[in-house]
Design a binder for this molecule. Structure first.
Ligand code: GLU
Length: 318
């Protein structure tokens, strides 16, 4: 791929605008699933019915352009991608105000919804992207804002005006949230929850039930590639943006952060709805979505498409 000036790229590599449009179309052709390989999350009945062949990808650049291909305009369930935005809100509000005393910044090495680790480690979750850690972040946001999930939705919607809760998905997940309730009660028992477990889980599940398109998620995540400034203005300081990227790199891909860093090489966060938000610092935010998941809960086709994208563009932090 030749050099071009239309799009800034890490280390002077990367495609120009025209080439990027063609590249994304290529990725759709190659990676859109032809067969229903992989799994859907058992704990969220609503997601089981999503067409396995969906595949969308969008790139929002720091220069204000959005490139997209495939099903990039279709809303999907962002699930745990929302955890990046709740963390940004918590850290942006008052520098975190003690949050980092209540949750660590280490990869978990266990499933994202593990109870065992939380008990063994005295109620301090390993990181804000596993469920226990995200529940602590939500608890923090309830103290800071009251309407925690409403505030997360406002941040997600700020660049595009588009972001809504799928009420059916919310109800179906809440009805199957025994594990999240168990985690919240454990946190409360171990002194790391300040609001009622019921309220914390409701706000948490609500932010997970947000539906947005790849194009809108990429726009919403752009502040992470742009020193904390998104299309609608500053979200966090440059240093907080850098640190959220670090937590994404080490903890954003469930128990496959090492494998994903090896294959893709970008700070990323995935959700069990099959979406992945990836950040190319100084260049762009990428969102890819395809609903079928690998054994770790990451989108199968989304991961392979990002691996090819970063190979072909040179977009990697390594
Ligand atoms: N709402 C899901 C849960 O709490 C999110 C899981 C995910 O996307 O990692 O289980």
């Amino acid at each position: 791929m030749g050099l071009a000036t239309a799009l800034p790229a890490g280390g002077g590599r990367g495609p120009g605008a025209l080439e990027l449009g063609g590249l994304l179309e290529d990725l759709v052709r190659v990676h859109r699933p032809a067969r229903p390989l992989g799994s859907v999350p058992a704990s969220i009945p609503h997601l089981a019915g999503v067409d396995f062949s969906r595949f969308g990808i969008a790139v929002a650049t720091v220069s204000g352009e959005v490139f997209s291909a495939g099903d990039a305009a279709l809303p999907f369930s962002i699930q745990s991608i929302s955890k990046v935005f709740s963390l940004a809100l918590a850290l942006g509000h008052d520098g975190g105000g003690g949050l980092w005393q209540r949750v660590l910044r280490e990869p978990s090495g266990t499933a994202f919804n593990s109870l065992v680790q939380l008990e063994a480690e005295g109620g301090i979750p390993r990181n804000p992207f596993i469920n226990a850690g995200a529940l602590v972040v939500t608890d923090h946001l309830i103290e800071a804002f009251g309407d925690a999930s409403g505030e997360v939705l406002r941040l997600l919607a700020s660049p595009s005006g588009r972001c809504s809760v799928n009420e059916e998905a919310f109800a179906s997940e809440l009805a199957r949230s025994e594990r999240n309730f168990a985690l919240a009660h454990f946190l409360a028992d171990l002194g790391n929850l300040r609001n009622p477990a019921d309220a914390v889980v409701r706000h948490y599940v609500r932010q997970c039930s947000v539906e947005m398109s790849c194009a809108d998620v990429a726009r919403a995540g752009l502040f992470l590639a742009n020193d904390g400034v998104g299309p609608a203005g500053r979200v966090v300081s440059p240093s907080v943006a850098k640190r959220i990227g670090a937590v994404m790199l080490t903890c954003g891909m469930y128990d496959a952060a090492g494998e994903f860093a090896y294959r893709v090489g970008l700070p990323s966060k995935s959700g069990v709805g099959g979406g992945i938000l990836a950040i190319v610092p100084g260049v762009c935010a990428i969102c890819v979505w395809s609903p079928r998941l690998d054994a770790h809960g990451n989108s199968l086709a989304g991961t392979s498409a990002l691996a090819e994208l970063t190979d072909r563009t040179g977009w990697s932090i390594f």
